[in-house]
Design a protein around this ligand. Structure first.
Ligand SMILES: Nc1nc2c(ncn2[C@@H]2O[C@H](COP(=O)(O)OP(=O)(O)OP(=O)(O)O)[C@@H](O)[C@H]2O)c(=O)[nH]1
Ligand SMILES: [Mg+2]
Length: 313
C-alpha cells in the first residue's frame, strides 16, 4: 500500500489507475491510501465543465488540454458519463483528438459512470480529484452533463466552473434560467459556427447582467468553435484570470472549504447508509419495521426514529 501511494505521488499512470479503481470499489486499501494522500493535495487547479448533452464539452476539453500541454502543464481529466453504466473506459468525444491525448504521458483520462450515484456525485469523484491532484497534475478537469444534482455538485469540487451552452437550443437557456445561473464562473457559447449565435450570446449576457447586478465582477461570456479550435486561447486566458482572481481574494480558500465540506458530508452519508442498510444488526429490524408500516401498526416517522434512536445510543 505504501508502495502504491508513493508511486501515485510520483505520477505513475498504472498506480493512479489502480488506486482510482480501488476507490470506486470502496476498497479499504483505497481508504487508507486516501488518508496518506491528502497532505499532498491542493496544488492542482480544478476546472469543472458542465452543459447540456452534446454541447461540445469533451471537444472543448481536448482543445484546452492541448493548450495547457503547450504551457508545459500536466492535465487530469475526469469525464462523468451518466449514459454509461461502465467506468474505466475513455469516452471523450472525438476519437482522433482523444487518441492524441491518450498517448501523452502528461495527460491522464478517466471516465466514470453515474451508476449507483444518488442524484449527486459520489465520494469516488472527490477521491479521483484528490488522486490526480496528488499525482502532480497541474490542472484537473471534471466534465459532467448538465442534468440534475451532479452539475450543481461540480461547483463544489471545481475552483473554476464553465457552463457550456449552444446556439439555437432554447432549452439550454431555459436551464440557465431554471437555476444553474449561479454556478458559472465563465459562460461558453460553443458551436459558434451555428446560426443564432449572436442571439444566444445576447441572451446569456442579459441573464448575466441580471444575476451580476450590483456585484463588482461580471461573469464573462465567450464564444468558441471547439471543433475548429476557435476561441480556445481566449477561453484559457479567462480561466487563468479567474484563477488569479481566486488567489488574490479569499475566494480560493472559501471554494476549497466548500469542496471539503461536500466531501466530508458525502463520506459520512455513505458510511452511515452502509452502516444502517448493510449491517446485519439493522437488516432484520428494518424488515420488521417495514412489515409493521404496511400493516399500519407503526408509521414511517416513528419507525425512522426508532432506527435513529438505536444508532445514537
Ligand atoms: N458544429 C460544431 N460542432 C461541434 C463543435 N464542438 C463540438 N462539436 C461536435 O458536437 C458533437 C458533440 O461533441 P462532444 O465534445 O462529444 O460533446 P459533449 O458535450 O462532450 O457530449 P456529451 O459528453 O455526450 O454530453 C461532436 O460531434 C463534436 O464534433 C463546434 O464548435 N461546432
Ligand atoms: Mg463528453
Amino acid at each position: 500500500m505504501k508502495d502504491l501511494v508513493s508511486k501515485v505521488l510520483k505520477g505513475d499512470p498504472h498506480s493512479i489507475a489502480r488506486l482510482i479503481t480501488l476507490a470506486e470499489n470502496n476498497d479499504p486499501v483505497a481508504t487508507s491510501a486516501m488518508k496518506d494522500i491528502h497532505p499532498h493535495t491542493g496544488s492542482a487547479h480544478v476546472i469543472g465543465i458542465t452543459g447540456v448533452m452534446g454541447s461540445g464539452k469533451s471537444t472543448l476539453i481536448c482543445e484546452l488540454t492541448r493548450l495547457f500541454r503547450k504551457q508545459g502543464k500536466t492535465v487530469g481529466i475526469i469525464a462523468i458519463d451518466p449514459t454509461s453504466p461502465f467506468s474505466g473506459g475513455a469516452l471523450l468525444g472525438d476519437r482522433v483528438r482523444m487518441t492524441e491525448l491518450a498517448m501523452d504521458d502528461g495527460v491522464f483520462i478517466r471516465s466514470m459512470g453515474t451508476h449507483g450515484m444518488l442524484g449527486g456525485l459520489t465520494s469516488a469523484v472527490y477521491d479521483v480529484v484528490e488522486i490526480l491532484d496528488a499525482s502532480g497534475k497541474d490542472v484537473v478537469i471534471v466534465e459532467t452533463v448538465g442534468v440534475g444534482q451532479a452539475e450543481v455538485d461540480v461547483i463544489k469540487i471545481a475552483d473554476t466552473t464553465l457552463v457550456i451552452v449552444v446556439p439555437g437550443l432554447g432549452d439550454s437557456i431555459q436551464t440557465l434560467k431554471a437555476g444553474i445561473m449561479e454556478i458559472a464562473d465563465i459562460y461558453v457559447v460553443n458551436k459558434a459556427d451555428r446560426p443564432g449565435v449572436e442571439q444566444t450570446v445576447a441572451e446569456v449576457e442579459s441573464l448575466v447582467d441580471i444575476s451580476c447586478s450590483g456585484k463588482e465582477k461580471k461573469i464573462p461570456v465567450l464564444s468558441t468553435v471547439a471543433k475548429q479550435n476557435k476561441g480556445i486561447d481566449e477561453l484559457l486566458k479567462e480561466i487563468d484570470k479567474h484563477k488569479k482572481h481566486l488567489e488574490k481574494t479569499k475566494e480560493f480558500e472559501k471554494q476549497r472549504r466548500l469542496r471539503y465540506e461536500a466531501e466530508l458530508v458525502e463520506i459520512i452519508r455513505k458510511r452511515l447508509m452502509n452502516f444502517i442498510f448493510d449491517e446485519s444488526t439493522f437488516k432484520d429490524k428494518i424488515e420488521s419495521l417495514i412489515n409493521q408500516i404496511s400493516k399500519k401498526q407503526v408509521d414511517p416517522y416513528t419507525a425512522a426514529e426508532e432506527i435513529l434512536g438505536k444508532i445514537l445510543k
